[in-house]
Design a protein around this ligand. Sequence first.
Ligand SMILES: Nc1ncnc2c1ncn2[C@@H]1O[C@H](COP(=O)(O)OP(=O)(O)OP(=O)(O)O)[C@@H](O)[C@H]1O
Ligand SMILES: [Mg+2]
Length: 686
Amino acid sequence: MRPWTIDADDIQVAEDFDASLLHRTNWIDDFLAHGRDERFIVTGTKGFGKTLLLKAKRVVYQQSKSTVCLPENALLDKPIGDKIFSAEMVDLYGHSTDNWRKVWLISIAAAALKHLGMVDGLALNPRLSALLADANLRSVIDHFVNLLDFPRADLFRSGSETDSHLVPRLRGINTPLAFFVDSIDEYFNKHIVTSTMRASDAGELSPEVWHLAQMALVETAYQLRRVNHHLKVFAAIRKEAFSKLDDATPMVQQYRGSTVDLSYSQASLREIFINNIRKEKERNLVSPARLRADPIEAYLGLTHVVQSATGQREEVFEYIHRHTLQRPRDLMTIGQKLSDIAPAERSEHAIKTAVNQAATEIAREYLNEISPYIGVELESVFGLIPANVLVRDDLDRIYREHNRALRARGDEREVHVFCMLFKAGLLGHVATDLVSAQRVQRFLRPGERTFEPDGILPPSTHYLVHPVLADLVQRCNGDYANRADRFNVIGDGRPWNEGGEEDLCVLQADIRDFTGLMQSPAIEQAVRRRLREAVQTHAGECRLFEISGGDSLTLVHHDPNAVIKVVRRIMEDLFEGEGHPVMRVAIDHGPVNLSPEPGSGGVLSGTPFRIAARLEPHVTPNEIWVTDGFREAIERGPSLYRAVPIPPEQQQGEAWAAGRLNVRKQASREADQWVRVYRIEDRSGR
Ligand SMILES: Nc1ncnc2c1ncn2[C@@H]1O[C@H](COP(=O)(O)OP(=O)(O)OP(=O)(O)O)[C@@H](O)[C@H]1O
Ligand SMILES: [Mg+2]
């Protein structure tokens, strides 16, 4: 098994199966344990790992040698191609699981009895006799495919003869036999994917066929246990079909008890990701020496990335996980994309670009996968979504606009597009975690609720657009990224910041003697433009950047080193321009009130704004002065900079006394406010 296997179908024989790549949780161990067979159905939507788990089960059985495993020369039995249906077949199979159950039971009975040489001396109708006599047909699926062509009368006769003749023989089997059946969904895919078409080359179509064929396999596998405990059918069933059993049968609880419903925690997905990294060749790692201590760092060369809209540092796997729909296959898609970047080129930018591209692929495929089940094309709303955090009023407005646009196109349906996005796991909401009492972001997982009838959106202060959609929305709406929420990184399970308070660096800067420069309108314009450009180029990662009055700059950042770096670059760019302007820069660090207003970029306030603004006029031009609070913040970690006390010769004027500066606004009634002030210098390397 190569690393980053996207589809477990690529594993052909037991030797290809790599047990070290399979992540095992308690429930997987339970499922795989030999002799623990109460669960025999594996269910999940696409890409959740059904095939891989079924193959793992088969390998365990095969190695135990106590059970005969069928099919003989492949790990799983699966149909090839697809089946064209006639109108008569749709009539026969499109209404209930009854006839499907006949077909499954006959197929399994035929395969079992043939394999054990127990078909002699049976008095059966000619068609069924011929089926049992045909030595070319061996597996369950071989028989299944042929049985679908039986005319109605033959099928019914064969069904009752199976009950009266084959089932009694099945009861007599005392050799343990296990069947492994996968991918029934794919055999009937046309019925789902092209269900809007009428009869065509694809034959007669009915989405029910896709559902019922799989539901009947669950029912038959369950019944067979009751017939003879030596007979075991293990099967993979799509969640969309399994969910339909809820309404169809009172047996659903028993079926659930026989089923493994695939779902992986973030920790499990991380483990799966790491297992694949361990399979990478050493030359495809950035720092092979780190493989033991931190495999993800070994693979990518970094441990954290900075989220651009909020400036928050994020552990790199959290970033990756946020850009998936939490299916193992999504991680393979991302891992593969990262693996394609040469190790020397795995910069933060390259990694983020690859993750975002993979996320867009994931979103595209997922939208294709779900559209048949929800019957609505969701993309049409993307152009109307202004930002990644929305409030109820936004949703109501977009909902009305969207339906108006649909009507203009002749579609008279009233589409609850946000309910659909919510159920599909693409629209999140904010909920209170019962355990921690914290506010957290929640997105449903694919398959969790997708197939329930139209629900209501849960009430929430905010609604969140899933990060996998970012690029698709951005393409319809160029302003989307600019309006990204500045306080919250969006992702399932992440905390929701209500606003509240956070310790941040607040910088105020001013161009020295701006009025002097302004004597020439041409220079004034050039300086203003240059400041704007420099800020746009360098301040992107700040929580807030703002120019006021043409010459006055405010930056807010969580990282003291980064804020110095950003402002120095702005100072350099500015100086290179006409008039060689220089700035005074003042920075404080302390609690800032965060506004919860979505989409607005937020209004920030707090003492650090005032202190920085009061300090700034005292600063010697072209220097960066900071407060005690900032000095402490920068001394907490490694830094290229250090904060040194302002030398006595610079402590000029009335505002200075005993090494401290009174930052009270001059000529105002404000109370005195004495602060210690420092100047930022480069740290000496010695
Ligand atoms: N438990 C696991 N441990 C490690 N990797 C896993 C696990 N489950 C799934 N994967 C990875 O996810 C990939 C997709 O899984 P798989 O092909 O089994 O999905 P599926 O549910 O059969 O999808 P489909 O519905 O498209 O057939 C696998 O190739 C494998 O790389
Ligand atoms: Mg599969």
